[in-house]
Ligand binder design. Structure first.
Ligand code: GUN
Length: 293
């Protein structure tokens, strides 16, 4: 069993990005600039956005954080999106989700210029991705692709079972891995909460991508020997032994499954580490105008 060290992979890619920034500066070119809009005080969202800004600093990107209170109107938020769309200084931006209930997330996502949509959430980017055109790939699927690539894990001809069909992880990664492309060409089964006989599917899998958001959902009896496990879950479980009262676990029962796996990602320290890196890679693509030309 080999542990996939997300932190080490992320640091390698961040070092590469730092080098790219130095080269851009030496050539007198503009440094990539990411903006993030954070609405309200949700602690998890604050932590994610802080991490995004800090990661920009680490690699030498410019970053701008726009914070607004939870009672901002949808119109006022759309005005900010419009300004960011028009601002030539900003290469790409994100509006951190979830948004307060009175704001329609779809309306906000649709208002973002697809050329600056480094989250890859706009339907134009999703559609381009599904058709094999160049696009911004959402951070978690892109992070998984980076992980598979850098660990030299082959996907061609492999049986991949994705557990969970969210718009930001399960559905896009199932499309990406089945595309006729490098890091694709797999036979993908997309399982979800209504799948009958889930175990019949997972037992066939060469690679399992667990993204269903339930602690320790994939257990040892559900996987075959030599399986590759990519665990996207980040679940809090009560733990009185910890100062903060909980610990983080994935969607996979790590201790049970690890002895059967050829590769497995830990939680924390696995896929999560690559998601911010993926956002930085998309921001670099935005600055280079690589996606839309
Ligand atoms: N909330 C949780 N993950 C994400 C993400 O990748 N992008 C945005 N904008 N919001 C999120």
């Amino acid at each position: 069993m080999e542990l996939i060290d997300g932190k080490a992979l992320a640091n390698t890619i961040k070092d590469e990005l730092s080098e790219t920034v130095l080269q851009l500066k030496e050539a007198g070119k503009k440094v990539p600039h990411l903006a993030a809009v954070l609405v309200g005080e949700d602690p998890a969202s604050q932590a994610y956005v802080r991490n995004k800004v800090r990661s920009c600093e680490r690699v030498g990107f410019e970053s701008t954080l726009i914070r607004r209170p939870a009672d901002i109107s949808q119109e006022a938020l759309l005005e900010i999106v419009d300004q960011l769309n028009k601002d030539d200084e900003i290469d790409g931006f994100i509006v951190q989700l979830p948004l307060p209930d009175h704001i329609n997330e779809h309306v906000v996502t649709l208002a973002i210029d697809p050329k600056k949509d480094v989250d890859g959430f706009h339907p134009v980017n999703f559609g381009r991705m599904a058709q094999g055109m160049s696009s911004y790939i959402p951070a978690t699927p892109y992070g998984i692709l980076q992980m598979l690539d850098r660990m030299n894990i082959q996907t061609e001809g492999k049986e991949v079972v994705v557990v969970g069909r969210s718009n930001i992880v399960g559905t896009p990664i199932s499309i990406l891995l089945s595309r006729k492309a490098k890091l694709g060409n797999a036979t993908v089964t997309l399982c979800h909460s209504r799948t009958n006989n889930l175990k019949e599917h997972t037992l066939r899998a060469d690679i399992i991508i667990a993204a269903i958001g339930r602690a320790d959902f994939v257990t040892a009896d559900m996987v075959k020997e030599g399986v590759v496990i990519i665990d996207v879950g980040i679940n809090r479980v009560e733990d009185a032994g910890r100062k903060r009262g909980y610990r983080l676990v994935g969607d996979v029962d790590f201790d049970g499954v690890a002895p059967k796996a050829s590769y497995i990602t830990p939680v924390p320290g696995g896929v999560g580490q690559l998601t911010v890196v993926a956002l930085l890679l998309n921001t670099l693509k935005a600055a280079n105008k690589e996606v839309f030309g």
